[in-house]
Every structure is written in C-alpha cells, then in structure tokens.
Design a binder for this molecule. Sequence first.
Ligand code: PGA
Length: 256
Amino acid sequence: MSRTPLISGNWKMNLNHFEAIQTVQKLHYLIPKGAMDDVEVSIHPPFTDIRSVQTLIESEELDFALGAQHCHFEDSGAFTGEVSPAFLAKLNTKYVICGHSERREVFGESDEMVNAKVLAILKHGMTPIMCCGETLAEREADETESKVVGQIVAGLAGVSNEQIASLVIAYEPIWAIGTGKTATSEDAQTVCAAIRSKVAEIAGDDAANTVRIQYGGSVKGGNSPELMSQPDIDGALVGGASLDPDEFARIIQFNG
Ligand code: PGA
C-alpha cells in the first residue's frame, strides 16, 4: 500500500505576512523541478498570513497545499478571537492541524474539543491533521501507548471509516517538540504502528492502510531520511525547521 508522504510546515506564531510570502517564494526556488512528484507539502502559516499565502500559491501555481494551525468547531457565533472552519474552507485551505499539544496544554483543549474540531474540519471538506503525543513523565512511566491510543480513540469518535481513511494523524512526543530531542526512528515507528493498529480496530484494515501518520518533534534535514524510511511513518509535521527554507527544502527532499 503506497501512501503519499505529507510534509507539513507548522510555523506556529512566527513570520508576518510579508515574511510569509518571501519564505514560500524562497522555498519554491530551492526545490528542483520534479523533487515533489512523490511527496505532498503543506504550509501552515499564522491566520493573518493565510490570504497572502493563498494568493501567492494560486497565482504562481505553486505545488504547496495551504494549511491552518487551528480552528473553532462552530461555523459562526459569539466566539471572540476564534476562526471558523467555514472561513478557512473559503480560502481553499486543505489541511487543518487540530489537537496540537501546545493547544492542548497552553489553551486547554480537551479530547472532546479536538473531536468536535475533527468533525467540523471534515464537514467543510478539509483534512484534519490530528495530533497526539505523550509528555516526558508519561513516557518515563511507560504510558506512551495508552496516552496516544486514548487520544486517537477520543479524537475519532463519530468519524466514519471513510473519513478516518482520509485523515492525517501526527504523532508528536511533547518532550521532542522544539527541544532538539527526537524520538529514535525505532521508537517513533513503534508508536506509529500502534496508532495504525488502533485505527484498524476502530475503522478496519482499509482505513488503517490508507490513513497517513506523520512524526513530529525536532525533525530536521539530517534526521528526516531515517524517520521517513520507517514503514508506518508517512510524513513529518515540522515546526522550527520549517521557518528556514533551506532546512525545510532538505526535509522535503528526504528521498534524495
Ligand atoms: P518542532 O515542532 O519541529 O519545532 O519540534 C513540531 C511541532 O510542534 O509541530
């Protein structure tokens, strides 16, 4: 079963809309023609940049998918400061990250909220990149799989098997995010395989064979080939290194 790898750049709260345009242009120039034939790349800028990046991608016909970092689960209403998934869909956003550990830990997003967002993103024809991952304390207590699998089960409640097949799940050990520490490729593979077998249990073998599972947490040009060579790792969710077009271009070209 071949799954097209998805490399996603999560810019977090970095780069204003002018910097965003320069960064995307530079990335485009750094990637030789044909180097993205077998890989998909999504860019997740801050909300204030999305319209500018959309215009650039569409007018120059760049081979990048537009992504968002977060959204609310309602279409509209009295939710000061929040962004509707309907508005993101109108901007031709393809992928929306939800349940990132920073949203869970800093902004108190619960498994139930993440589930509501997964359903809302799908309802608007976009693809969720649903994140899961354990803290260092959980890893040391040997609770990695139970934590991650619990997040998957909760996040996928009420999602149809066909929808699950279309999803992206990002396994991001929290202790590896922005720390320079990466899970070994064997450890990352073990957890991603456990996620896939849970998906098989929930939604059947077809969905499990099709769902894409990314690894995230200090992915760089140097470690991406080994991570990406693991059978159950189908891409990377990249934070810090995606801000540097040279480094991100290296990650995208993990194959060559
Ligand atoms: P990092 O972030 O690559 O800077 O570790 C990954 C993420 O949070 O998505």
